[in-house]
Ligand binder design. Structure first.
Ligand code: NAI
Ligand code: A1CAB
Length: 286
């Protein structure tokens, strides 16, 4: 068992982000926006352009892995918490690469879909603390959702530290690892469903005769505004929907059409397909 050393203040703890693309970049931006010292953070990327953007946005130390073969190893040296942000197919090779550069107490947090704690453990040193997470990109604006599952060598204190770190930019739930594919299908992929809804609403507006730019502006502002209303943890989406739906009015006709054409069932099918794909990727990479 390991425990998080208490030598540094939480905002000074050394962090490393390996593969700082869309998702790990969103986690990093959320953590920096919530007050973590950027000088305590190393991040690796594979392009100069991404390195420049990340330095400008966050002030963290950026290493370019495509130019420096030691970048990932250097980034994790002395780190307390290491976020793995490459595609699922690359996680195990990344674990092999950094295994002997990690401090034995460093908590390895993967953001990858489908990669189990056991799959990572077999590519890291025995006892290395491992957390499997499923975050989402709204973390970058302080409105994310994260599911976390801890391996059995992660202490309660170390898990609490990861929860605290991410809680500054979203809600965090600790879930059994067996539920991670479902979390991925709902909140990991979910921002894409909301963006897809905006695209569909804008297209529908054009069908109704609106100018495309106007239709997109209305759709974007509407979903964004509804999202802000939902940010209150007490918000009840069904009650909020009813408040918009006048009896025998216009909204009622639209919702009746969604129901008649099976939108709730489509959501069940779509998320089942996403979760099944995660299980399939696990099997392919095991
Ligand atoms: N994009 C999303 O909304 C979400 C993604 N995820 C997970 O996040 C992971 C990354 O996905 P994205 O961010 O979408 O992909 P991405 O392609 O934007 O980010 C991956 C980054 O890693 C870099 N990279 C690859 N190998 C590297 C190496 N050896 N060293 C340093 N950098 C390296 C790539 O250049 C790229 O910038 C995946 O495992 C995915 O399952 C999880 C939840 C949501
Ligand atoms: O599409 C994917 O596989 C990743 C995992 C959840 C969101 N993006």
């Amino acid at each position: 068992m390991t425990s998080a050393p208490d030598s540094a203040a939480p905002t000074e703890r050394k962090l490393a982000f390996l593969g700082t693309g869309s998702m790990n970049g969103a986690v990093l931006r959320g953590i920096i926006a919530s007050g973590h010292n950027p000088q305590a953070v190393n991040a690796t990327v594979r392009s100069d352009a991404r390195a420049e953007a990340l330095r400008a946005d966050t002030g963290v130390n950026v290493l370019i892995a495509s130019e420096n073969p030691e970048a990932n190893k250097q980034a994790v040296s002395g780190a307390d918490i290491v976020f793995l942000g490459v595609k699922p197919v690359g996680i195990q090779a990344l674990c092999d690469e950094i295994r002997d550069s990690l401090s034995p107490q460093a908590v390895v947090v993967s953001v990858a879909a489908a990669i189990t704690i056991d799959m990572m453990a077999s590519h890291l040193n025995p006892g290395q603390p491992i957390v499997r997470s499923m975050p989402n990109t709204p973390l970058m604006v302080g409105a994310g959702a994260v599911g976390l599952s801890a391996g059995d060598t992660v202490t309660a204190e170390a898990l609490a530290e990861v929860v605290q770190l991410l809680s500054g930019s979203g809600i965090v739930h600790v879930v059994p690892e067996s539920q991670q594919n479902a979390v991925s299908a709902i909140s990991g992929s979910g921002p894409a469903y909301a963006f897809y809804l905006v695209e569909a609403m804008a297209k529908a507006g054009v069908e109704l005769g609106l100018d495309p730019a106007l239709a997109m502006d209305l759709a974007r502002a509407t979903v964004s505004g509804a999202g802000k209303m939902l940010a209150d943890p007490q918000a009840d989406p069904a009650a909020m929907r009813r408040a918009v739906t006048s009896p025998n009015g216009t909204t009622e006709r639209a919702i009746a059409t969604f129901d008649a054409e099976g939108l709730p069932q489509i959501m069940v099918h779509a998320t089942a397909a996403a979760a099944a794909r995660a299980a399939q990727i696990s099997n392919e990479l095991a």
